[in-house]
Ligand binder design. Structure first.
Ligand code: DGL
Length: 277
């Protein structure tokens, strides 16, 4: 294990822009922490790629952030969390926090009838990572998973109140609604952006679980327990790196985060791939 300074940044990566929903949550719980974010915008989406490709990309993304002296790695991408978390934990000598375990714990705390829905990308749902983790924690729980791939571009296009999004949400979610679930895990970075529409379709009785919020609580607990909280009284600094078009990222990011971003750096794919070697 390396020696960490409290002021070292938290590293957060995602397949693209969606992980900013997790950055937003971590920044609100831990405003003094410095954050380095990497979004693999050149190779997004990960959610319809094979496990081996996602694992390869995840190792490169994590290796790039390791060069920034991060004290903790947050895997904001649910797709990566569902296939590569154990590999990353094994490879890296810093703590790695993914989305699945925190989301599962929070969902099990909230459910009253032990019937939980999970929505995510094709990869996340196909890997059944949430089902496996839920059943490992409580074998009596019933889990119903559904891929909702179109939610990703709808969120990126900012169609958070649009009729098209409502129609697609009805199409995706009506089956889950009939299954009498009382808790629904938003198992994808982008879905919290569409939570109003998702809640409307599911009805008030269904509690939505944002895995990013759940993971932020785990990050906070982890840093407190190890005395690794940044004790500066100043607002943390934020560095953003992407593998494609910084301008497009900046535009969507400012919408997702609700504030301005000073600067976004582009790293080229060769550098990224070399990081993983
Ligand atoms: N970040 C991905 C996730 O949370 C969604 C976008 C993608 O498919 O890459 O699963």
């Amino acid at each position: 294990m390396q020696f960490f300074n409290k002021i070292n940044p938290i590293g957060i990566f995602d397949s693209g822009i969606g992980g900013l929903t997790v950055v937003k949550k971590i920044a609100s719980f831990l405003p003094n922490e410095n954050i380095v974010y990497f979004g693999d915008t050149a190779r997004v989406p990960y959610g319809n790629k094979s496990n081996s490709t996602v694992i390869e990309y995840a190792i490169q993304d994590a290796a790039f952030l390791m060069k920034k002296n991060i004290k903790l790695l947050v895997v904001a991408c649910n797709t990566v969390s569902s296939v590569a978390i154990d590999i990353l934990k094994e490879k890296l000598d810093i703590p790695v926090i993914g989305m699945i375990e925190p989301g599962v714990k929070l969902a099990l705390e909230k459910t009253m009838n032990n019937r939980i829905g999970v929505i995510g990308t094709y990869a996340t749902v196909g890997n059944k990572a949430y089902t496996t983790a839920l059943k490992k924690n409580d074998e009596n729980v019933e889990v119903f998973e559904k891929p909702c791939p179109l939610f990703v571009p709808l969120a990126e296009e900012g169609l958070t109140k649009h009729r098209a999004t409502e129609l697609i949400a009805e199409e995706y979610l009506s089956g889950l609604k009939e299954l009498d679930i009382d808790t629904l895990i938003l198992g994808c970075t982008h879905y919290p952006i569409l939570s109003d529409i998702i809640q409307n379709v599911m009805g008030d009785k269904v509690k939505l679980i944002d895995s990013g919020t759940a993971a932020s609580l785990v990050v906070e607990e982890y840093l407190n327990a190890r005395g690794l909280r940044n004790e500066s009284h100043q607002q943390g600094s934020y560095q953003y790196y992407v593998s494609d078009l910084p301008r497009k990222f900046k535009e969507i990011a400012e919408r997702f985060l609700g504030n301005q971003i000073d600067h976004v750096d582009k790293i080229d794919l060769e550098t990224l791939i070399a990081s993983g070697r």
